[in-house]
Design a protein around this ligand. Structure first.
Ligand code: SF4
Length: 181
């Protein structure tokens, strides 16, 4: 399936209750042949309003950090979330919501076919890298899964809450850039 076909399926999806309260589907954005694929948790208020992943302050921080290392959504990065519709009150997506939605994300990864997949924060890291994965301790570690490199780093919103971790976040992005070759 290509990304347009996956998007059409998402637009018509009633696979979990989140479709009832969303304003906009947040499918994903970026270069369709990107070497690096970032995975967030779920759309927040700004994303739901604009229909785009990682907008607002955390999106700005992510884009600025990517740009610093020669990465951008236009050129070499694709970004999507674990769930495509906003969980109310910015709560984490529930297990059944992730289960209902994860097939779309996996299909997106297959369609983009990146070299490196980067989990942003605990929700996506625990799904792809193991439920006991601790982002604070294991960020920047790489693991090969089905012929693709997976890693995790801090969610940009967590960096905004604790700016002391920004140098670690930047180190991880630099390493990710090195591993996309
Ligand atoms: S979050 Fe995913 S599974 Fe749930 S309604 Fe939206 S697209 Fe469908």
């Amino acid at each position: 399936m290509n990304l347009d076909e996956i998007r059409r399926q998402c637009e018509n999806c009633k696979g979990c209750e989140l479709y009832r309260t969303r304003n906009n589907l947040v499918f994903g954005a970026g270069n369709q042949n990107a070497d690096i694929f970032f995975i967030g948790e779920g759309p927040g208020e700004n994303e739901d309003r604009e229909g785009m992943p990682f907008v607002g302050r955390s999106g700005k921080l992510l884009d600025e950090t990517l740009n610093k290392f020669g990465l951008s959504r236009d050129k070499n990065v694709y970004i999507a979330n674990m769930v495509k519709c906003r969980p109310p009150e910015n709560r984490d997506p529930k297990k059944d919501e992730v289960t209902a939605c994860i097939g779309f994300l996996k299909a997106q990864i297959e369609a983009v076919n990146p070299k490196v997949v980067v989990c942003l924060g605990r929700v996506s890291a625990s799904y792809f890298l193991g439920k006991d994965f601790k982002v604070t301790k294991q960020h920047g570690e790489f693991k090969e899964i089905d012929g693709r490199l997976f890693t995790a780093t801090f969610h940009p919103a967590a960096i905004l809450r604790n700016i002391n971790n920004k140098p670690l976040f930047e180190e991880d992005i630099a390493k990710i850039k090195e591993n996309d070759k």
